[in-house]
Design a protein around this ligand. Structure first.
Ligand code: HAM
Length: 441
């Protein structure tokens, strides 16, 4: 027997229905925010990710050489692909560009709860707009999706942070441009490491200053109010002061969007991916358990870096399906789907072709229709109809055949009615609207 590869999942119909529930909500809410759906290849040139996504993701790539000796990789994320697509059409696309995608991604990680090697992401990105309204629009979309799925501010938090703020703080601590990526990486990983390990990592980036830096970084990480944040930013000169004003603007916009109850200022978020430049955020369950449900932020330089000549501001986020499904399930918010036909057609031995013709006509009318594959008597066919979960059975016996009628049985109420064949579809539609046939009619 073969099994799925570690970190990969089968999706039998029940699981597929649950997954489709998420996808439906993603797509409906994204359209409500007027984002347009796009798609892209799953396989990309390896170079698209090297340097652009950051060391962590590159270490997790599924990559190989194809038969044409090209170095290729299964996409671990969508952002570099999107940047490439948009850069190559930059002049012809009306701005702002608001695009979304639902698709599969691959990372060679250690499989564990909420982490797989294949997973789905909903990506939403807003390009060509550098103003804070764009950051707010994205966060409002993120919050609206979680709320539509039944989650609320009691259950999840958007932990909001800012790379620019960190740059101001690190500048004021005398960290050079070259040392900054190493320090930001140490801050990003500090959540999952022992303090000594973070100090060691900081010491590696800024020799001799590990413990002093860690102390100050811990203070910054613990800032959780606008007052303290603005106060501390003001000590970083004009740039810091103006960033404090950006923070106030963003929070005011989020308040106006009605998203503020779900937002928490949390500078411990810096994001592992290399390309972020401004406001960044991750979504977590309020219990603090589990890995991130979503993450994103502003990445104003990625398109220039990829294309060489197109300079376009951008921001976006992705929601992963695995942690989200776990979270919805543990809160009883995953609907159980009954996958059943609307109608089951039952016929006598002589009426085989009438059964098929009726099935075909009713299917064309938009109903989901099944019938028995076995040459069985009425009793067995009724049993099969019951098991199928169909609401109605259409019965075509000798009498119906000779009178040009079809009997409709409501399998929930037991009520029956006969209709002339040409009027069947219209009656089925009416029954659908009226909620069935009353018992004993
Ligand atoms: P990310 O934080 O790497 O961001 O991934 C976003 C979400 O995808 C995570 O919060 C998590 O839910 C899910 N995810 C990531 N890796 C795995 C995994 N191995 N197994 C299960 N779920 C996973 C990005 O990918 C950015 N490209 C998002 C973005 C879009 N930024 C701007 N636009």
């Amino acid at each position: 027997m073969f099994e799925t590869l570690p970190g990969f999942r089968d999706f039998p119909p029940e699981a597929c229905a649950r997954r489709n529930h998420l996808f439906r909500v993603f797509k409906t809410v994204a359209r409500a925010f007027d984002f347009q759906e796009y798609d892209a290849p799953i396989l990309e040139p390896l170079d698209l990710y090297v340097e652009k996504s950051g060391e962590e993701i590159v270490g997790q790539l599924f990559h190989f050489e194809d038969k044409g000796e090209r170095k290729v990789a299964l996409r671990p994320e969508l952002t570099p692909t999107l940047a490439r697509m948009v850069a190559s059409r930059a002049n012809s696309l009306p701005k702002p560009i608001k695009w979304f995608n639902v698709g599969e991604h691959f990372r060679y990680e250690r499989p564990q709860k909420g982490r797989g090697r294949s997973f789905y992401q909903f990506n939403a990105d807003l390009l060509g707009e550098s103003g804070i309204l764009a950051d707010a629009e994205l966060i409002a979309l993120l919050v609206a999706i979680f709320e539509t799925l039944g989650l609320n501010s009691e259950l999840f938090t958007v932990r909001l942070s800012d790379r620019t703020t960190w740059v101001h703080f690190l500048d004021s601590l005398g960290i050079s441009d070259e040392q900054r990526p190493g320090v930001l990486d140490a801050i990003d990983k500090s959540e999952r490491r022992k303090p000594e390990q973070t100090q060691e990592a900081l010491d590696k980036s800024v020799p001799g200053r590990g413990s002093e830096l860690w102390e100050r970084i811990r203070e910054i990480k613990s800032i959780d109010s606008m007052e303290t944040l603005v106060e501390q930013l003001e000590q970083c000169g004009e740039g810091g002061k103006s960033r404090g004003e950006d923070w106030s603007k963003l929070l005011a916009l989020l308040e106006a969007h009605g998203a503020m109850p779900c937002i928490k200022i949390d500078l411990s978020i810096v994001r592992g991916l290399a390309y972020y430049t401004g406001f960044v955020y991750e979504v977590f369950e309020k219990t603090g358990e589990g890995r991130a449900l979503a993450g994103g932020g502003r990445y104003d330089h990625l398109i220039k870096k990829l294309s060489g000549n197109v300079d376009m501001p951008a921001a976006g986020f992705a929601i992963g399906d695995m942690t989200l499904s776990d979270c919805l399930e543990s809160n009883g918010l995953l609907p159980t789907y009954v996958i059943a036909p609307d109608i089951f057609v039952i016929g006598g031995e002589e009426q085989g072709s009438e059964v098929l013709a009726t099935t075909s006509a009713v299917r064309k009318g938009g109903f989901s229709v099944s019938y028995s594959f076995k040459q069985a008597g009425f009793g067995k066919q009724f049993k099969e109809a019951g098991k199928s979960g169909a609401r109605y059975a259409l019965i075509i016996g000798e009498e119906e055949s000779s009178t040009g009628t079809i009997k409709v049985k409501d399998l929930r109420t037991g009520g029956e009615e006969s209709f002339k064949k040409p009027t069947l579809l219209a009656h089925l539609e009416k029954l659908d609207q009226e909620g069935g046939i009353a018992t004993g009619e």
